[in-house]
Design a protein around this ligand. Structure first.
Ligand code: PLP
Length: 425
């Protein structure tokens, strides 16, 4: 019988249960390859008739331990680590899309994902329709086409901090026979488990809270195992018809509920690379061990900072779903009962230049192209991460030109507020 532990225990212990005499901490299997006694056994691995390791581009034991911990935290059947969050979102969608496919994505998503869908995947013949996540069901229905293959959104959007109604989006996606893919980077599974609300696939940039120390770039895809690919076989031929590169194997027939994640590992990772380095997986595991402690502190600090900002007369607006008057407060209470996250979006009264001057005067809080780690940091998306977007695209993505993205760390909250206060003064 599998014992089910609480998330805090999973953060610390899931994935690695050493046998007698084995290392207590997961070792870094710093090896590209694995040795076998006879060639027939190796051949079986290549044909997916046997499971095992043969080359780290496809699978590595350290990575698998960490992937398995994240799968347990999210409540999925399996997971795969990737070299970055970008790779995770590309693989998550490309695993079920091909030239001629179409994606419905919320527009309030990370700028890198917006580019990936709107520019790079478009060049591959995969089209996207960006939708306003707060639009009515009737409006959203119009975005779907016969060639739609998935719906994509972020639990808490980067950088606008909008909260997605996951259950509603899952219902819409499923009505059209396609899965819902949720990027859960900002919420983390400590804050929200999208699979429990109907999401089929969950992705993360592990670069953010999971690592938590700004030390490693990485990503992960978690498969819920819940989507019935065979029930919509004509939409997902990559999973439901023979794969010539594995002698005609059919993923859903051979791997059942793990078909999607097995295809991502054995086909996409084999052909496209982008595996996470085992050493990075080791670091992410260290981060995961304290994720539950850090998220609690991030949320408490951000709540206090958001309330302080809201009271300050130099601040024009604050978007933080933990604030009772936030338009996303009800969704926050439903999906993020333990608190939102550490990221706040706000604007100052004055010009765009005032926002930049404010940021330049911060001392403790640094300007960095990063978010969601232990150190408080700040960024002006219109000048930095999203500078390639037009004003219209910025508006579509819910990013006001004056939006300042403040990532509240786990320092003493009084020091964080004092730094903001002196910069405003
Ligand atoms: N998804 C979200 C929500 C992000 O914030 C980011 C990066 O900021 C990414 C994906 C991309 O992740 P990475 O930078 O690890 O490639």
């Amino acid at each position: 019988m599998k014992i089910t532990y609480n998330p805090e225990t999973l953060c610390v212990q899931a994935g690695w249960q050493p046998k007698n005499g084995e290392p207590r901490v997961v070792p870094i299997y710093q090896s590209t390859t694995f040795k076998y006694d006879d060639s027939d056994e190796m051949a079986k691995l290549f044909d997916l008739e046997k499971s095992g390791y043969f080359y780290t581009r496809l699978q590595n034991p350290t990575n698998d331990v960490v992937a398995s911990k994240i799968a347990d935290l999210e409540g999925g059947v399996g997971a795969m680590l990737t070299s970055s969050g970008q790779a995770a979102n590309f693989f998550a969608t490309f695993n079920i899309c091909e030239c001629g496919s179409h994606i419905v994505s919320t527009s309030a998503i990370y700028g890198g994902t917006f580019n990936l869908f709107g520019v790079t995947m478009k060049k591959m013949g995969i089209d996207v329709t960006f939708v306003n996540q707060d639009a009515s069901d009737e409006e959203l229905e119009k975005a779907f086409r016969p060639n739609t293959r998935c719906v994509f959104g972020e639990t808490i959007s980067n950088p606008g901090c909008e909260v997605l109604d996951i259950e509603r989006f899952a219902r819409l996606a499923h009505r059209h026979g396609v899965p819902l893919i949720i990027d859960n980077t900002f919420a983390t599974p400590v804050g929200c488990r999208p699979i429990e609300w109907g999401a089929d696939i969950v992705t993360h940039s592990t670069t953010k809270y999971m690592d938590g120390h700004a030390g490693t770039v990485g990503g992960v895809i978690v498969d819920s195992g819940n989507f019935d690919w065979d029930a919509h076989a004509d939409l997902f031929p990559g999973l439901t018809t023979p794969d010539d590169s594995y002698h005609g194997l059919i993923y859903t027939q051979r791997f059942g509920r793990a078909a999607y994640i097995t295809k991502a590992t054995t086909q996409l990772m084999r052909d496209l690379g982008s595996i996470q380095a085992p050493q990075n997986a080791y670091y992410i595991n260290l981060g995961l061990e304290t994720l539950h402690l850090r998220m609690k502190r991030h949320c408490e600090n951000a709540q206090a900072v958001a309330e302080w900002l809201q009271r300050n007369d130099k601040v024009a607006w604050v978007n933080y779903s933990g604030l009772p008057d936030s338009p996303y407060h009800a969704l926050c209470q439903k999906y993020l009962p333990n608190g939102s996250c550490g990221v706040i979006a706000f604007g100052l009264k004055g010009t765009r230049e005032d926002a930049i001057r404010f940021m330049d005067r911060l001392k403790l809080i640094c300007i960095v192209t990063h978010v969601a780690d232990a150190r408080s940091c700040v960024l002006h998306p219109a000048s930095h991460t999203h500078r390639q977007l037009s004003d219209e695209q910025l508006r579509q993505a819910g990013i006001a030109p004056d939006l300042i993205r403040l990532s509240v760390g786990i320092e003493n909250v009084n020091d964080i507020i004092a730094d903001i206060e002196q910069a405003l003064a």
